[in-house]
Design a protein around this ligand. Structure first.
Ligand code: GDP
Ligand code: GDP
Length: 435
C-alpha cells in the first residue's frame, strides 16, 4: 500500500494550491475523487521512481465556515488515522498563529515523520524571515512557493527521503484481493463475516501494511481470496456526520489495493449519489466491479422483481450494464456465494491475454458493421488492435488520426469489445495510437 501524506494547515496558507502543484509535477495521476467542498482531495502522485498518495485536508470542510477548532480536530483525525507522513503548511509571510501552534503540537503527538512547509516564499529575498518558524519544533523545513512552483522539486526530494525504499510485498501474490464497500448499514460486515464463517478461512494480521489492518484469506474452489479489511470504513466519523462517507480516504485506499470491489447497496435504499461516484472511481482505477444488492428478504417479490430492479438500475446508470448485478440476503444466507463466484469469474477473465488475431478478426467485423464516420473531411482508418495490458484491460488501436475519433464511435467500439469478448465485470480502456 502506498505511503499516504496529508497536507495540514490552517485555512488560506495554500494547502490546495500546493496539492494541485504537486499533482502538476506528476507523471501521472489516477482519477482523483470529488471532495465535499473542492474538486480534489485525494490523488496518487508519482515522482521519479516513487509513488505516494496525497490528501488535502483542506477539502474536508467548507472554507467559509469559521470553525478553526473543528478543522484542527478533523485534521488530527486524518493525521492520526489515515496518514503516514504529515506536511504542515504555514504562511511564510505572516506571523505564527495559535492554529499553527496547535497543529504543530498535534503532529508531534502522533510521532509520525513530518515536514514543515513554509509557503508563499515567492522569491529568495523572503527567506530571511522564515527562521522564526523553528519555534514550531519541526526541524525539517522547506521554503516554497506553491503559487509559482519555486523549490517544489526540493520539497519532493525531501518527501522522497521519507518514503520507504523498497515497497514490501508481503501480500500473498497468488490471492485475489477483494474489497466490500458501501454506505454504512448496507450489510458489509455481516457479509464479510458470513463469507468468512462459511468458507475455509484464516484471518491474518499482515505486518507492514496499514496499522490496524486485519485481512482474511479464504479458499474458494482452490482459489485464495483475500478480503481486505474494511474495519476502518465501519467507524463512523467522530467529527462530523455530514462528512461525505466516501470521501473517507480509507475507502479510496482500499479500492487502490483491491483487484475487485463489490459495491453493496441496501435494496430498500437504492443508490445514493456517493455510490455513483465511488462506482466511477472503481472503474477509473481499472478495478473489477460487482454490484451487490443486499437485504433481498425485505422486499415483497413478484415474478419479475429482480429483473425490474436490475433494469431500473441500468436505466439510471447505463454503464452498469457491463457489470454483474446480483441480489443477496445475508440474513437468510440467500445466494451469498454468488459473490465469490463472481469474484472468481472476473478474476479468471483477466488471466489470459486475448490473442491478437482474434482481436483483429473482431475489429474487422465491428468496422464492417458500422464504419467510422469521416471527420473534418478526413477518412478514418482503424488498422490494427492489440491488448497491451491485462489488469486493467487496455487495448491499443492503431489509426491514422488518433485525435479525430468521435466519442460515440469510441463508445461503440467499447460496447462491441465488451460484449463479444465477454468482459463483464472488468473495466476496459481503449487507447488510440498513431499508425
Ligand atoms: P488553503 O485554504 O490552505 O487550501 O489555501 P489556498 O490554496 O486556497 O490558498 C489561499 C490563498 O493563498 C490563495 O489566494 C492562493 O492564491 C494564495 N497562495 C497559495 N500559495 C501561494 C504562494 O506560494 N504564494 C503566494 N503569494 N500566494 C499563495
Ligand atoms: P455495515 O455498516 O455495512 O457493515 O452493515 P452491517 O453488516 O453492520 O449491517 C447493518 C444492519 O443491517 C444490521 O442490523 C444487520 O443485521 C442488517 N442486515 C445485514 N444484512 C441483512 C439482510 O440481508 N437482510 C436484513 N433484513 N438485514 C440485514
Amino acid at each position: 500500500m502506498n505511503t499516504t501524506i496529508a497536507i495540514l494547515g490552517r485555512p488560506n496558507v495554500g494547502k490546495s494550491t500546493l496539492f494541485n502543484r504537486l499533482l502538476g509535477q506528476r507523471k501521472s495521476i489516477v482519477a482523483p475523487i470529488e471532495g465535499v467542498t473542492r474538486d480534489r482531495i485525494y490523488a496518487k502522485v508519482e515522482w521519479l521512481d516513487k509513488e505516494f498518495n496525497l490528501i488535502d485536508t483542506g477539502g474536508y470542510l467548507p472554507k467559509s465556515e469559521n470553525l478553526i477548532d473543528k478543522k484542527v480536530k478533523l485534521q488530527s483525525e486524518i493525521a492520526s488515522e489515515q496518514a503516514d507522513i504529515l506536511m504542515l503548511v504555514v504562511d511564510g509571510r505572516s506571523e505564527i498563529t495559535s492554529s499553527d501552534r496547535a497543529l504543530a503540537k498535534m503532529i508531534k503527538i502522533t510521532g509520525k515523520p513530518c515536514l514543515l512547509v513554509i509557503n508563499k516564499v515567492d522569491n529568495p529575498e523572503n527567506e530571511i524571515n522564515t527562521f522564526d518558524f523553528y519555534e514550531l519544533g519541526i526541524n525539517k523545513q522547506v521554503c516554497i512557493s506553491a503559487h509559482n512552483g519555486r523549490q517544489i522539486g526540493i520539497l519532493l526530494d525531501e518527501i522522497s527521503l521519507l518514503l520507504p525504499k523498497v515497497v514490501k510485498k508481503n501480500i500473498n501474490e497468488k490471492s485475489i484481493s477483494f474489497a466490500i464497500i458501501g454506505m454504512p448499514n448496507v450489510g458489509k460486515s455481516s457479509l464479510m463475516n458470513t463469507l468468512i464463517n462459511e468458507n475455509k478461512s484464516i484471518v491474518t494480521n499482515i505486518a507492514g501494511t496499514t496499522r490496524d489492518s486485519i485481512d482474511s484469506y479464504l479458499t474458494y474452489f482452490k482459489n485464495s481470496i483475500r478480503i481486505i479489511d474494511t474495519a476502518g470504513l465501519r467507524k463512523k466519523s467522530k467529527i462530523d456526520d455530514s462528512l461525505e462517507f466516501y470521501s473517507n480516504v480509507r475507502t479510496l485506499r482500499v479500492i487502490d489495493e483491491c483487484d475487485i470491489a463489490a459495491v453493496l447497496i441496501d435494496i430498500n435504499k437504492g443508490f445514493n449519489n456517493q455510490d455513483k461516484n465511488i462506482i466511477r472511481y472503481v472503474i477509473d482505477q481499472g478495478k473489477g466491479l460487482i454490484i451487490v444488492v443486499n437485504k433481498w428478504d425485505l422486499v415483497s417479490k413478484q415474478t419479475n422483481t429482480m429483473k425490474d430492479i436490475k433494469e431500473d438500475m441500468i436505466y439510471e446508470y447505463p454503464y452498469l450494464k457491463h457489470y454483474p448485478i446480483i441480489f443477496i440476503s445475508v440474513k437468510e444466507k440467500f445466494r451469498i456465494n454468488d459473490v465469490l463466484k463472481n469474484v472468481l469469474e472476473i478474476s479468471n477473465k483477466n488471466k489470459n491475454k486475448i490473442k491478437t488475431s482474434e482481436l483483429n478478426t473482431l475489429l474487422e467485423k465491428v468496422i464492417k458493421y458500422y464504419p467510422p464516420p469521416a471527420v473534418k473531411g478526413k477518412e478514418i482508418k482503424l488498422n490494427y488492435i492489440t491488448q497491451v495490458s491485462q489488469s486493467p484491460v487496455v487495448f491499443n488501436i492503431f489509426v491514422n488520426h488518433p485525435t479525430l475519433i468521435p466519442i460515440q464511435y469510441t463508445r461503440y467500439l467499447d460496447n462491441q469489445l465488451r460484449t463479444e469478448l465477454d468482459l463483464k465485470g472488468l473495466p476496459i480502456k481503449i487507447s488510440f495510437k498513431k499508425k
